[in-house]
Design a protein around this ligand. Structure first.
Ligand code: WT7
Length: 661
């Protein structure tokens, strides 16, 4: 849990930035009184509050009569007797309105080539691809794995699945064939949609070969087709009858495709995320409730207006890319930028140049990107944002991990030019949309704080017994009432769902797994994970996952992984490893460390690579054999261990591991 020092460090932040008057005047939620009115409405009768919004914001094929079914709590159902189609709510809804011919996607490729699609054009592409899927026999209830680069086609694939009621599971293109395999098997995918390669930073990275490798690992017998979008045209090994080019799927298909109405609770997608133990959790989201949360987050937090140009830099492989690329902005009828590449190619001015080129007005990125671009702007002054015209910006967002006040100030001054509010949005894969966030027309900003609860969200900080703690005291962040866009289940593992998120001691509250506190003004300050979950560059990673990968290497008998604060990535992975042979030293240690780092990259993906590996004879353990990761965290940070370690099985090992440093 949080330490006293981290609580103090956030309390030293006293700067407050008032809401700009002109911003408030035009905001979707304009001023405290409007915010308070929504909060009061939700407090009075939260099911009525959500029912009203669901009727107002979504188009229903069959209206619902029951708002919340909590008879099987925590397996909540929202709007359960209603039917709709999510893709219809993102695309068809705009046909016949002025939005029909508005630009939906501005796609910028790694090499700078720009492709624009109107809502109508996107609608046709989605329809054609959906018709192609139907022709191949895919239908409501099937599961499709999507392993694609950032592309128009990735959005089309997700939307086409939604249109047919095919549940999608997007796997981040940076994940290895092993990770892909694990997810394909767990979700029972009958279809995989991929590309030959992706382009990032001027390089090509293979995707289809990883799919072949994953299938070759066995257990994916349900997979009938692999659809391959030809991004680069690289030569491919081909499995006749199974593999099929994207173009062949859409060729000759009609441009219209009736959306399949599904139940409000139908699983729109399953997205895997890390937990503290075992394999990744397949977070299952609903259709109607999820979409409502996505749309409200775009409209309220991002104050979306018709003439905005929105840009969320996340990958579609993460929840941020689902909610703030594929679903929210389209449902809101926003023009948005979709970017294939990386922020540092061809140079570290890429983001600023793109904001200028596409006249981006709302920009949403992660603290890790801000920190690395801050550093880049120092090292290569020509890439500093001051060299670009960023006057189109009116609102900035941050997500993924706590943003340190220094990075916040740099973002505010150099990107937002002290004009743009910053919304530091706290949420999770499981929450589907924003939970705690400033609202730009309401909340005076405190750098490093994510503000107040999103209207309708009942957020609190409690102790081990579920009692709310006093202001200024740290505790567990919980959500006390169910909300429409909450996680519905862990795919195939309802027990783990209950155990992970609704522990018995907490009165049925949703346990987020983060430590937090509120200051005297009621602002929330999130301090990070309370479980053994790392947050590297804004992405969750279980210590277990990295440890399992290390132990799978033939040289390794035991491994423990901890996080260490890192100036760029937020947290860096530090691994303590016991080899089957002697403890290596010098060049030998370096060589094995490199080998293990590459191994982890192959097993999980490059983002899981340990930044540092230390070798020892064994690991610090309790007498019952539990690895003391908490102590290893001190060692990794070069901090003195002040607590009594005499109860350890092998206290001397701590010194060996520290010396090794
Ligand atoms: C975890 C969720 C939400 C999309 C990206 C990550 C951390 C996220 C913030 C923030 C402090 C944050 C939390 C959370 N986190 N946003 N604004 N301030 N911490 O989704 O992979 O499900 O991770 O990211 O620790 O629990 P995710």
């Amino acid at each position: 849990m949080s330490t006293a020092s981290s609580i103090e460090s956030v309390l030293t932040e006293h700067r407050v930035f008032p809401v700009p008057e002109d911003f408030q005047a035009q905001a979707s939620i304009a001023g405290l009184a409007q915010y308070q009115a929504l909060v009061n409405e939700a407090d009075t009768d939260y099911t009525a509050y959500w029912a009203k919004l669901a009727r107002e914001k979504l188009q229903w094929t069959t209206g619902f009569t029951q708002t919340l079914d909590d008879t099987k709590a925590p397996f909540y159902k929202w709007f359960a007797d209603g039917e709709l189609n999510v893709s219809e709510n993102c695309l068809d809804k705009h046909l016949g309105t002025p939005t029909e011919h508005k630009t939906a996607l501005i796609f910028e490729a790694d090499d700078g080539v720009v492709t624009k699609l109107s809502f109508r054009q996107l609608y046709h592409q989605v329809c054609q691809f959906a018709n192609g899927l139907t022709a191949l026999g895919y239908k409501v209830g099937d599961r499709a794995l999507i392993y694609m680069p950032m592309s128009v086609q990735a959005v089309v694939a997700m939307q086409a699945c939604a249109r047919l009621g095919v549940t999608h599971s997007v796997v981040f293109g940076g994940f290895s064939s092993k990770s892909l395999h694990e997810r394909a098997v767990d979700v029972g995918a009958s279809l995989i949609i991929t590309a030959d390669e992706q382009r990032r930073g001027g390089r090509s990275i293979a995707l289809k070969p990883a799919v072949d490798e994953a299938i070759a690992l066995g257990g994916c017998d349900a997979v009938r087709h692999v659809i391959v979008y030809a991004r680069t045209g690289a030569e491919q090994a081909w499995h006749d009858g199974r593999d099929i080019w994207w173009d062949a799927v859409v060729d000759g298909q009609a441009m219209e495709c009736a959306p399949v109405a599904v139940n409000a609770e139908h699983p729109l997608f399953v997205l895997y995320t890390s937990g503290s133990t075992g394999k990744p959790k397949g977070v299952q989201h609903s259709s109607a409730g999820y979409l409502l949360g996505a749309l409200l987050s775009v409209q309220w937090t991002f104050d979306a207006k018709d003439d905005d140009v929105f840009w969320c830099t996340a990958d579609i492989g993460w929840i941020t890319g689902h909610t703030f690329i594929t679903y929210g902005p389209l449902a809101a009828g926003l023009t948005q930028v979709v970017f294939e590449g990386v922020p540092t190619y061809p140079n570290a001015g890429r983001f600023w140049e793109m904001i200028q080129r596409h006249q981006v007005s709302i920009f949403y990125t992660a603290p890790t990107a801000i920190r690395s671009l801050t550093k880049a702007a120092e090292n290569t002054p020509e890439c500093h944002p001051r060299h670009y015209n960023l006057s189109s910006l009116r609102l900035l967002g941050s997500v993924g991990e706590p943003i340190n006040p220094e990075a916040w100030m740099w973002y505010y001054e150099n990107v937002g030019l002290e004009r743009c509010p910053i919304v530091d949005t706290w949420w999770q894969t499981e929450t589907g949309g924003h939970v705690i966030t400033p609202l730009p027309g309401v909340t005076p900003l405190k750098p490093g704080s994510c503000g107040f609860a999103f209207p309708g969200m009942d957020v609190a900080i409690v102790d081990e017994a579920g009692e709310e703690v006093e202001r200024g005291k740290g505790g567990f962040l919980v959500i006390r009432k169910p909300w429409p866009n909450m996680i519905r289940n862990i795919w195939g593992d309802p027990e783990r769902f209950v155990k992970s998120y609704f522990p018995a001691e907490l009165n049925g509250y949703y346990l987020a797994g983060d430590g937090a506190q509120r200051d005297q003004d009621g602002y929330f300050w999130v301090m990070g994970r309370i479980d053994d979950v790392l947050n590297v560059s804004g992405h969750r990673m279980g210590t277990m996952e990295v440890e399992s990968a290390l132990v799978a290497h033939e040289l390794v008998t035991e491994a423990a992984v901890v996080g260490r604060p890192d100036a760029t990535t937020g947290e860096a992975v530090v691994a303590f490893v016991v080899l089957s042979g002697d403890v290596p030293a010098g060049d030998e240690a370096k060589r094995i460390a490199t080998e293990l780092r590459n191994w982890v990259a192959k097993e999980i993906g490059p983002i899981a690579k340990p930044k540092e590996i230390r070798f020892g004879e064994n690991l610090p353990k309790t007498r019952s054999g539990k690895i003391m990761r908490r102590l290893l965290r001190f060692v990794a940070n070069g901090e003195a261990i002040t607590q009594d370690v005499s109860t350890l099985e092998n206290p001397a090992i701590l010194e060996q591991l520290s010396d090794a440093y």
